[in-house]
Write a protein that binds this ligand. Structure first.
Ligand SMILES: CC(C)(COP(=O)(O)OP(=O)(O)OC[C@H]1O[C@@H](n2cnc3c(N)ncnc32)[C@H](O)[C@@H]1OP(=O)(O)O)[C@@H](O)C(=O)NCCC(=O)NCCS
Length: 148
């Protein structure tokens, strides 16, 4: 992700979340050494989606991921999360984790399909009182599955 991507990233962010991140949030992600914000670019050269990942010691967390509403269902979300898993494997991290709003079936289904498991809940976490589901992916388990 670079400065030139931000107008489109902010447009997608506003269309995706009730409390969207601001330009400052994304700039902080771009400037912070432990953070890795990336964009998925379509064949036409447009930003189709993005993912922000942060690494702390041997764990990484997906802080934000969204796809342009007009391009959803075409594999961009999966490609972004696949990138996050590959990042963890390359750096030999132990765990990839995230939080997702209960009832966000598209996202939960994507994460389950990639092997994430529910490991906990935060009650009343979101602005409207929705719970957050905490999900983890064990990178060692991904490696074992690939080895079979
Ligand atoms: C969640 C999100 C990133 C998925 O991106 P996407 O590009 O549409 O996802 P993909 O096309 O790669 O689909 C991957 C998987 O997601 C799930 N999925 C996608 N759309 C779905 C839908 N409408 N209903 C159920 N599952 C769906 C499926 O498991 C799908 O796998 P399949 O295609 O093999 O069936 C996208 O819906 C989005 O931006 N949502 C708003 C922001 C958001 O909620 N982010 C997650 C915060 S935790």
């Amino acid at each position: 992700m670079c400065i030139e991507d931000l107008d489109k990233v902010l447009q997608i962010e506003s269309a995706s979340f009730p409390r969207p991140w601001t330009r400052r949030h994304f700039l902080d992600e771009m400037e912070s050494p432990g953070s890795h914000p990336v964009v998925a670019v379509t064949a036409g050269g447009e930003v189709g989606g993005y993912l922000c990942l942060t690494q702390v010691l041997d764990e990484a967390e997906i802080l934000d991921v969204a796809v342009d509403p007009s391009l959803r269902g075409s594999g961009i979300g999966r490609a972004l999360v696949d990138w996050a898993v590959a990042f963890c494997r390359q750096r030999k991290l132990a765990l990839l984790c995230l939080e997702v709003r209960v009832g966000n079936h598209e996202a939960i289904s994507l994460y389950r399909r990639l092997g994430f498991a529910e490991v906990g809940r935060r009650k009343n976490y979101y602005e409207n009182g929705d719970d957050a589901i905490l999900m983890d992916l064990s990178i060692a388990q991904v490696e074992e599955c690939d080895a079979v």
